[in-house]
Design a protein around this ligand. Sequence first.
Ligand code: 6R9
Length: 659
Amino acid sequence: MTADNIQSLQQEGRTFEPPAAGRDTAYIKSLDEYRAIYKRSIEDPEGYWAERATDLLTWESPWDKVLEYDFNAPEIKWFAGGKLNAAYNCLDRHLTNGRRNKAAIIWQGEKDEDVRTYTYQMLHDEVCRFANVLKKMGVKKGDRVSLYLPMVPELVIAMLACARIGAPHSIVFAGFSAHSLRDRVNDCESKVIVVSDAVIRSGKTIPLKPNADEALKECPTIDKCIVLRHAGNDVEMQPGRDVWWHDVMADHDVEGDCPAESMDAEDVLFILYTSGSTGKPKGVYHTTGGYLTYAAHTSQIVFDLKDDDIHWCTADIGWITGHSYIVYGPLALGATSLMFESVPTYPAPDRFWQICSKFKVNVFYTAPTVIRSLMKSGPAWTQKHDLSSLRILGSVGEPINPEAWMWYHDHIGGSKLPIVDTWWQTETGGLMISPLPYATPLKPGSASLPLPGIDPAIVDMENKEVGPNQGGFLVIRKPWPGMLRGIWGAKDRFKQQYFAAFKGCYESGDGARRDEDGYFWIMGRVDDVINVSGHRMGTAEIESALVSHPTVAEAAVVGMPHDIKGQCIYAYVTLKAGYDESEELLKGLKLHVRKEIGPIAAPEVIQFAPGLPKTRSGKIMRRILRKIASDEVESLGDTSTLADPSVVNELIDGKKRLF
Ligand code: 6R9
């Protein structure tokens, strides 16, 4: 890890006061109120979180202790001994509190006419039915179930059915390849997988089942594969293993209630794989009581969800954002959550705004990459639609550049809506640093202030807090209920990754600075993780995909700035002797990475490199590779420790000859 890429580049002086309209009914109404709540939450975390968990969730029986933790072990327990069920909290309790016939999920498919609405009652009934299906297949509390589905309501039904019977779900984003799926299924040893025939995207049907078939050839723990008919394309079914969703759901003996399993607060709710700086993706896992409390709490205070609001988070449920802010947070609160299957630009770049206007969306939460790509299409597309129902705008996934922030503010927010720029991670379970929509003055590009209970600091390599406006490592000094409890099957890695470098702290892997008003400015990853369109990619994963190609001797991957995606993938590849550089091979290598990991990991640029800049101990100096990729060769820095400094010039020359 190095500090050389923590730069404080953003200079932004504008401030926007929170709007007055909406303030009276807001959960937190002013900066003073926030400060008082924050102070209390830090001084008395156990009292604060006990109150929040009681107010927000329905518990079968109370916990023994609010918090027990030791970051050195590491071990973190919230509400241990307390019993509850996440599906019960997201569904059943709303059947008797006046929300039974309220829309829980509104699904918009790719075609405008493809809309399905599930009331809380309907969703409850479907979840019970599918939970009974899983039980009948022999899935028991603690067994894992993999879900490899596009953005369809059945994904939510399957998640909550797993939660209902206490089987941790592991959702694999439908854009991942067969190999990625295989590794994720095997790592957590799932018993059952749910997949669909295809994904529908930009007018095309992209078969998905064949990926599962390829993966399952090497997944010995899978007993059953449940196949959802979605696009209607032909699918091969393997007798004995594969069953249709509609067949198993039609069975008489799965009708009726499925009692919600009594879960300990610290029982695992789900596993979600994410990229790290080394090795294979890690199965981050979250537990029931703390995660759900935190998802509901942050949905309430940041998205200010009210009973008649329509909340639209545009993320895919395959990522943590969809888990927490399409499913668990909004449904725990009894809100209406809109989910959309397709892309923002199909059939035209106004699709998002058309949907906002069609459903009168109130809270809209998306990623900077989406804003930047829609910005390019021009403001005329936004003007075609009535966006007056919008109340709060949100941003997540990467730093939002002030230009995109201003566009979002002016063209979508009518120059008056609050933008909550929410910094958080798969590991944190929920939002960590974010404005409160009716309390926090906004600075474009800053995630602003820590949420209650969150104690972040910016430190140097020696774990000493740095001064205002100095870049450093972003760490969190106290536990919070939504934090990960571990990496599936990898206790050592859990410690190494998050609790080793900065003693007594959780290490985020991000660099940041804090300004004189205490506002946080996130500068991006300081480890070998690239953020492409808000998706985390480990350079090590892409490198190992590249070197698994028969022609490749060595590969080094870095991030390069990209106008729309934020960062894109730039790969340096050294070929084995006897292979020639060619455009054909280059295409083949890109295809190979798509197949190994998925389309999101395909390098934007591949440069053939006769040699890589290495230190005498053989460590690749990525800093140099990053500078070359970004055309910043005048600031290469010290190259004297390189074993062979001449490779640098070769690479600079090579870049000019790129295919
Ligand atoms: C929720 C999510 C986490 C990484 C994180 C950081 C970047 C997320 C951000 C942001 C600046 C924000 N990130 N939100 N950077 N401002 N508002 O995205 O989780 O996929 O695990 O990615 O994304 O670098 O470390 P995840």
